[in-house]
Every structure is written in structure tokens, then in C-alpha cells.
Design a protein around this ligand. Sequence first.
Ligand SMILES: [Zn+2]
Ligand SMILES: [Zn+2]
Length: 350
Amino acid sequence: MRRLPIYFLIDISESMVGEQIQQVEEGMASIIKAIKTDPHAIETVWISIIVYAGQAKTLVPLQEVVSFYPPKFPIGGGTSLSKGLGHLMFELRKNIVKTTFEQKGDWKPIVFLFTDGVPTDDTKAAVAEWKQNWQRTANMVAISFGDETDTKVLSELTENVLLFKNSTDQDYKKFFKWITDSIKTSSVSVENNSSGFELAKLDGDTISKIDLSKDTGPQQFVDNNFVVLAGKCQNTKRPYLIKYRKVVNPTNISGLDFNTLSYRLVGGFQVNESYYELSDENGFQSKVNSSELIGAPACPCCGNQYSFAVCHCTKIHCIGDEKVSTCPWCGNQATYVSGEGGFDVNRTQG
Ligand SMILES: [Zn+2]
Ligand SMILES: [Zn+2]
């Protein structure tokens, strides 16, 4: 049986932390479940999941769906699309079964790329390699989660650039159903000996095609839709992330209209140690002023009342009622007083 390899290349950068990554996790599980019961797809479809943040890794190697167990998704720092693409091309090269005299090789692999932001590194070389070696050998569908993605770079990779309006539970259900249907229709098209690539119908609302003629502006290296701060728990020593979403506030002062920008708390999230492994150590450092941040959560690891203490070493950790706190990053001991006014803190790349 000729295989139809399906690759998922999934952005697990900090801005995905919380509900989004949980939805992706459940969505991927629903795809696997649906394909296991589809007589066409089960015969031909093989699936692999690759994740990328500041680093990329194979979460699930290419395998038959029968033996597929849906994974837990990690979170990392940064959005290195070039490392994600590089890793994808490495896996494609490694796994591909070519047609020879004795055997029929794989159908064209299908790649579903999910991203919610802007690459935090230079993508030129990886995009050029993709164009040269893979654009005709694989079918890619690039999906923007929300409308603040760098669609220009996606449009260089493929003509199939889609927008997914990911606001409600129901949207995610529809979206993953659409992915499942697209895999099914593609596996049927394989049986009919046609292309092996046929996307299900778009509903035009939850999932729609992006107009690529629109200019999306200059490249940036920090994701500005979210501010994410990386902290470490004083008690458990575990890493956590504090996520804020950008809010643009139309303001009118003395008859003048303008917008002010602030960031509202989404929540605090515990992440596991693989966060460091999947982050870019040489990441670009940028700052945000605490006066732009609205709200602060309790420590998501130990429940300490305040998750947002900034040590002299510039790192963030939680504090509770203790008289003297010990920074879990540098070991410095200090007594904290609540700060007056705004101060600059390091933000992650998102
Ligand atoms: Zn804590
Ligand atoms: Zn410190």
C-alpha cells in the first residue's frame, strides 16, 4: 500500500500557552480518533507531529494511525519558523519512500503548518530551501491562528494560506473537523489514483482563504500581539509563563482621537522543563513597561500570592508571605517592597 504521509508542523511558542495549545492537543486527538475509524484513511494515512518554538523537535515520528497515541504538547520560547522548516525538511528527507522499479513510493506528503504569530528569526534561507527542494514535492497548507500572523512569509511557502478565526470552543471543533475531512478526501483521491491532495470545502467563516495580494508590512522579530513573561517558582523551582493579550483602546482627549495600547492578563500557566530545551537561548531581549500590563496572577505552581517579583538579576519569580525571598534563578536573597509606578521587565519573544 502506498503511504500518504501527513505532517503537522505546529507552533508551540509562548503565545500559544493556555487554552490554544490545549485546544490543539484535543483537536489532534480528535483527528486521530476519526481517522482510526475511516476505512479509506486508515489504509494509507501516516502521521507525524513536529513542534517548533525557539527550537524544533519531532513530537511523534511518522507512523501508521493504528498505533498512534495523541501526544501532550510542550511550550517553548520564541517562534523560529526557520528551525521548524529545517526540521520538517530533515524529516521529509529521512522518511520519504521513493518510487523505484520494484516498488511504488509515497504519495506526495501533505504538510499542515499552524502558527499564531510572527517568526522571531530570519526565515530567508529556510524559505529558499523549501522553494527549491520541497514546494513541488509536498503539498503545504499554512494556517494562521488569528489574524495577526506574518502571512507574507507563509505565502512564499505555499499558495494555500488560510485564516482560522480561533475564538470559541466551537470554532476549534469546526477547524479540526475540517482538517479531518481534508485528510479523508485526500485519502479517497489517492484511491481514485488522482492527486492525493484535496482539501475539504471551506466554510468561509471559521476557516477562510487569505487574500495574499494584501501587503502585510515589515518583518518584526518580537510577537507584539501578546506579551509573555517567563518566571520561576521560588518554592517548586518550576518555570511558568504569564500571558497578556494586546488591547487597543480608542481614546478621545480634547476632541483628538487616538489609540492607546495596553496588555490585559490572560493568565499564569505552569510549563514543564522542556520549555528551556525548546527555547532559543540567544533570543533577542526586549522589554515591556509594567505600567502597560493590566493584572497579575498568583503563582501557577505554588499558589504564592504574587507571581511577578523582579530580582536584581532581572529575572521574574513568585513571592509569598516570607520575610526574605530567595531568587530561584540566581540565589540572591532579598526583601521585596511593592514598586511604585512602572518599571521595565524582560519579555519573551512570544
Ligand atoms: Zn511559586
Ligand atoms: Zn535573581
